[in-house]
Design a protein around this ligand. Sequence first.
Ligand code: CUO
Length: 685
Amino acid sequence: LFDRVTEPLFLPKGEENIVFKLPTEYLAPRYQSIVSEITDRWGGVKNRMEIDVKPITLPDLSIPMTLGRGENFSPFLPHHRQMASRLVETFLGMRTYEDFLSLSIYCRDRINPYMYTYALSIAMLHRSDTNELPLPPLPEVFPDKYVDGAVFSRARQEANVVSSGNRLPIVIPLDYTASDLDPEHRVAYFREDIGINVLHWQWHLYYPFSGLMQIVKKDRRGELFYYFHQQIIARYNFERLSNKLARVKRLLNWREPVEEDYFPKLDNIVSSRVWPPRNAFTTLRDINRELDQIKFDIQDLERWRDRIYEAIHSGSVVNEKKQLIELTEMDGIDILDNMIDASILSVNPNLYGDIHNLGHVMMGFCHDPDARHLETFGVIADPATVMRDPIFYRWHAFIDSIFQEHKKVIPRYTVQQLSFDKVCVTAVEVITEKAPKNEFSTFWQQSDIDLSRGLDFAPRGPVFVRYTHLQHAPFITKLQVQNDGPPRAGTVRIFLAPKFDERGLPMLLRDQRLLFIEIDKFPVQLKTGSNIIQRRSDESSVAIPFERTFRNLTGVGESQQAAAFTFCGCGWPQHMLIPKGRQEGLSAEYFVMVSDGSVDKVEQPPPEQNCRAAHSYCGLHKRRYPDRRSMGYPFDRVPRDGVNTLREFMTPNMGIIDVKIRHSEIAVGPGPGNVPATLPNLGEL
Ligand code: CUO
């Protein structure tokens, strides 16, 4: 159903020439009068696989059908969100799998293709009869949202002229959106990384803003929103420091022109237009677009912001019944996020508004705030493309600073809350093959992605693009932990942060704590005495391998299998786990902590899926977040009084080492499974 979603369904789909046999009333009205022509045309297709579609009594689809097929769609826009939520509800309401399939087929050629993909994906992830089915990665459905628009005419040419087994991948250079004349372009490899952008879109599918309570109300949803986006900003700042750029500035003053520009170079196959760019020093303005049923002023956002700050400083929010709800140490962040984010879980939408989503909309329409030019929004207003634009990081740095304001007013962790009695981390080491001890090694790698599912031209067969992304050599973390108590459960928490600031000076923990990126978190059983723990980078609870972000691609022309793109497909891309660093080596601090497993543990059945879920940023499907501590612990709060540096913060169950991240400008080609280097042999350690 996702294959060539902009083309009519009755055209053969996939390599197997699947032909859907539709009841006449299922055909889009335009085609109903040419049924015999369609039947004749596809009757002769060899080796076709026919699927009979059973008609059902159709529900009312008038609301989602209001959005035109050729219009752009974004869940950040309230009107679009309402339409999509209605469609998701209708999909979820279908009693049997057969009815759901039939309705999905009926909708496919009638609903806006992007809204259809969004709503159907959410429905499939949340229906018990479909949540194990693989969904295709979005770059295969809408490659236009991820790759240079210039690729498509070349892809068409390659597909037309060269038979499917002999096609060469179309190479997308690393620098296709800008040149080094723009200093911000130094971190374009991060902003435009396909894996990172896919994750962001997926994340918002798992945690939608609106819809039925059963799909929105998930364990610590708000807190996870805050933590996921906080970590994105920390990782972005780490990349900026790697590239000698200062940390991103919060977008605080919405009346000042925005310095950062962005020219996305993306096509939009749904609207057949290009994505609008934003010029440097564009002024943000009040939005009044009848077309999109949206009207708000910058002043609305300012008012909501002030009310949110007031709530944080008074320690409680006011709900719709005018009752005070305390922003507690553990749950305050969840409440706060749901009203900023803003989801339907907001305690008081009238009072606290919709600041985060409408911020995206304000920035997305700054080139045409009253729709006089009939222009659509820029990449900053679509969750599939937002992370490409430098302004995304300025906006989310602002959003994060609100959460940090709350973290500033709650109690600091005491030494006791940080310690683990009689447990001591005695040694930490990072081992990377062919690199000195305690050194990470990064470089460039090329990988291939098949676009053919999303291309609307014949002849069929794979059409690959080859894109260049950051990669790091796999590594092992080795720890020595002394347990002078009885055998006990512990949780190992590993973080990495830059050691020096922009000026090369050591950082105060107050600032450095915001730059700690999570690398891994896992349970351990400690025996009494000395414990040696070894953990491979590909086991990280943060990241998933390239093959799971995309599909099981093993290179051009080789077989592909759909990797299960369910919850297992959610995770930070493994190739972006370690920031780029510098050629001369970037100094960083590698922090390891073993916390008390009996405090951390969440009692619940094991996850349903048999894959290893990257739960740190994505949580678990149908389960509670598997760590009872506040997300980001122990760096989520301001350090206790009298503690200024990381070293002063340390308790015996923590360890830090100085590490270097060394970048090499070499580019490794696509290899089998895209694995660049081997892990060190554990036997040799
Ligand atoms: Cu993910 Cu603003 O929430 O982009």
